[in-house]
Design a protein around this ligand. Structure first.
Ligand SMILES: Cc1cc2nc3c(=O)[nH]c(=O)nc-3n(C[C@H](O)[C@H](O)[C@H](O)COP(=O)(O)O)c2cc1C
Ligand SMILES: O=C(O)C(=O)c1ccccc1
Length: 397
């Protein structure tokens, strides 16, 4: 998938032109404000499950505050009319440095769930990462994604044969990279969900992948069709509640012949260990502030992790991306690409695949305009010198 002929910023032009027919965009173009629109649409349980964070929300707020602390210093009189956002991530060429983050149980917000996300990803060319806790199967999502790029996110089960089976299904279905999420082997204290006693999995949502897995099914005393809730209950302790350790990573390498990245790394020494363990990359992330409340802002962690391993491995980033300027700042601080989280789920809630497409096109257009107006034509131009020293970035003259 290539960029639109007139560049991603063309989406801005299209919106203004539609105004000639008195049409405004169906959903807001402000990814922060999208949350308010989705709130009006969703019931309180799914809304708070998605928007909520762990504990007091301190880390979720810190994620945003860290972006606000960094400021771009645009450069003038450079010809930045034609821009190119293309990049290579984990050996694959991407049209833009943006990937759709793994988000579980998307049927909570739209009946088509991950299938709609998969179609929007294919239409825009950005890769999607399918969650182990998806509401549709590995194979169904692959079909909806067609010749789009797809990665698979693993919540690493405590059953090696089930793990091997799931990984094999994902590889066979064309998922190229494996994203192993480390920070959520157990859900954190999440008051919004606890107060509503809301855990989608206990109702049998977000278990399409295990329930369609031949090895997991062979473990069940009663067939899934007879007792789906019982099957979901049997899955819970297999995928959640116990941590894995560094010495087990070899197992994943044996069962996955593509690139592997570790998601949820925030300590530079863990980043170092990931490199030493032969991983292909890491995702600096605090899970959008949903796990350790009081944890370091993800963007601050990015700076430390890039200083430690930035030249040795691919460092991806998520947690707090809400605008094109945020993408720019994360790249300036050394991220190779970013994962977009909650905003696309709000797009899904509001408009299915069209809603996700709107969110992605809007973000890429905003990023494209930020690049151009800052004097950057390629991603290589977005270095630490594009940020102001007072905000934590350094200006090199
Ligand atoms: C509702 C919800 C569900 C999520 N489910 C998963 C998941 O299944 N696997 C995973 O690795 N990360 C999951 N995440 C974390 C995201 O991949 C990502 O790290 C986070 O949303 C980034 O923060 P942001 O939404 O503030 O940008 C989830 C996040 C949300 C909001
Ligand atoms: O809610 C989450 O943040 C999350 O990552 C998750 C964990 C297990 C199943 C689905 C989503």
């Amino acid at each position: 998938m290539t960029a639109p002929e007139r560049g991603y910023a063309d989406y801005q032009y299209q919106i203004y032109v539609r105004g000639l027919q008195d049409a405004v965009p169906p959903f807001t173009t402000d990814l922060g404000a999208l949350e308010d629109q989705a709130r009006d649409r969703l019931g309180p349980k799914p809304y708070w499950y998605i928007a909520g964070a762990a504990g007091t929300g301190a880390t979720a707020r810190a994620n945003r505050a860290a972006f606000d602390r960094h400021r771009i210093v645009p450069r003038m009189l450079r010809d930045a009319t034609a821009r190119d956002q293309r990049t290579t991530v984990l050996g694959s060429e991407l049209p833009a440095p943006v990937v759709l983050a793994p988000i579980g149980v998307q049927s909570q917000v739209h009946p088509e769930g991950e299938l709609a996300t998969a179609r929007a990803a294919a239409a825009t060319g950005v890769p999607m990462v399918l969650s182990t806790a998806a509401s549709h199967t590995i194979e169904e999502v692959a079909e909806a994604n067609g010749d789009g790029q797809r990665w698979f996110q693993l919540y690493w089960p405590h059953d090696d044969e089930v793990t091997a089976s799931i990984l094999k299904r994902a590889r066979t279905s064309g998922y190229t990279a494996l994203v192993v999420t480390l920070d959520t082997w157990q859900l954190a204290w999440r008051p919004h969900d606890l107060d509503q006693a809301y855990l989608p999995f206990l109702r049998g949502d977000g278990v399409a992948i295990p329930l369609s897995d031949p090895v997991f099914r062979s473990r069940l005393e009663r067939p899934v069709e007879e007792d789906p809730q019982g099957a979901a209950m049997q899955w819970l302790p297999i995928f959640s509640g116990k941590a894995h350790t560094w010495d087990e990573l070899g197992f994943l390498r044996e069962h996955w012949d593509g690139p592997i990245v570790l998601k949820g790394i925030v300590h530079p020494e863990d980043a170092r260990r990931a490199v030493r363990a032969g991983m292909d990359g890491i995702v600096v992330s605090n899970h959008g502030g949903r796990q350790v409340d009081g944890a370091v802002a993800a963007l601050d962690a990015l700076v430390d992790v890039v200083a430690e391993v930035g030249t040795e491995t691919e460092v991806l980033f998520d947690s707090g991306i809400r605008s094109g300027a945020d993408v720019f700042k994360a790249l300036a601080l050394g991220a190779r690409a970013v994962l977009l989280g909650r905003p696309y789920v709000y797009g899904l809630a509001l408009g299915g695949a069209a809603g996700v497409e709107h969110v992605v096109r809007g973000l890429l257009a905003d990023f494209d305009l930020t690049m151009g107006l800052s004097g950057c034509t390629t991603l290589a131009d977005i270095g630490p010198d594009t940020l102001h020293a007072g905000g934590g970035g350094e200006v090199r003259r």
